[in-house]
Write a protein that binds this ligand. Structure first.
Ligand code: SAM
Length: 236
């Protein structure tokens, strides 16, 4: 398996957990269609190392004596939620995935990996975001491969506490999404937008970026709107 900056820092136990996750992905992908990436080195780089890029930002949120919390919106086969749950055993991780069979796979994988710091919800983000136990409750809300910035910010930011972080993974399309995306993030109470470019081992000419923003005030109560409205009239 091909390791990078973050995967090479994992303990033996964490590496064993991720090896098992890779095996489960390969086995279940045959009928669940969880990912297009099925070759083992590619799973380690394009899924595991990629998911762990958020650690640089998440470590800045860590406060001694307190359990941090993170929510992942649209986690699919478990990215980045389950990978971050392996890497951050002292964080509470919540994984939200609308498609029941994908959420069930995550449940099975988390159980087999012995993860006791992750809860998986087979639910839509815009429903959970209006529930008392979820809204404004998390130190960080993250999302990867979920679409345009102006749409995913509305689905993801309502979960963040004031002072917490919004983090999303982006590729080359970020440049064309950025003007509307920044306007949406600011309307939703986010500031200090920062874009962190990164490379993955063995991936030539990669143009990957992590976007982070700080939630400086609560998301206005009317957001998120219904999904069909979000899609038809994105913010920004
Ligand atoms: N984050 C994963 C990754 O990086 O591989 C999965 C990305 S996949 C392209 C997007 C996932 O988001 C799908 O599994 C879909 O079911 C889920 N999804 C889409 N809209 C959602 C919503 N409003 N709430 C929760 N999940 C949603």
């Amino acid at each position: 398996m091909l390791t990078g900056k973050y995967t090479s820092q994992l303990s033996d136990k964490q590496i064993e957990q991720l090896k098992l996750f890779a095996q489960l992905l390969q086995d279940h992908n045959k009928y669940l269609n969880l990912t297009r990436i099925t070759e083992i080195d590619q799973i380690w780089t394009r899924h595991f190392e990629d998911s762990l890029q958020a650690l640089a930002v998440l470590e800045t949120l860590r406060l001694p004596g307190r359990k941090n919390s993170l929510i992942d919106i649209g986690s699919g086969g478990g990215f980045p939620a389950l990978v971050l749950a392996v890497a951050l055993p002292d964080w509470n991780i919540v994984s939200v995935e609308a498609t029941g069979k994908k959420a069930r796979f995550q449940h099975t994988a988390a159980e087999k990996m012995g993860l006791n710091n992750v809860d998986i919800y087979p639910e839509r983000a815009e429903i959970l975001a209006n529930q008392f136990d979820f809204r404004g409750q998390f130190d960080a809300a993250v999302t990867r491969a979920m679409g345009r910035l102006s749409i995913i910010s509305e689905l993801t930011m309502p979960f963040i506490k004031t002072g917490g972080k919004f983090i999303c993974w982006k590729g080359p399309k970020l440049d064309q999404e950025l003007i509307a995306g920044k306007a949406a993030i600011e309307l939703l109470g986010g500031r200090d937008i920062n874009i962190i470019p990164y490379n993955l081992p063995g991936v030539a000419d990669s143009d990957y970026k992590l976007l982070e923003a700080t939630q400086v005030s609560p998301v206005p109560g009317q957001y998120p709107r219904e999904y069909k409205t979000i899609k038809a009239s994105p913010l920004g």
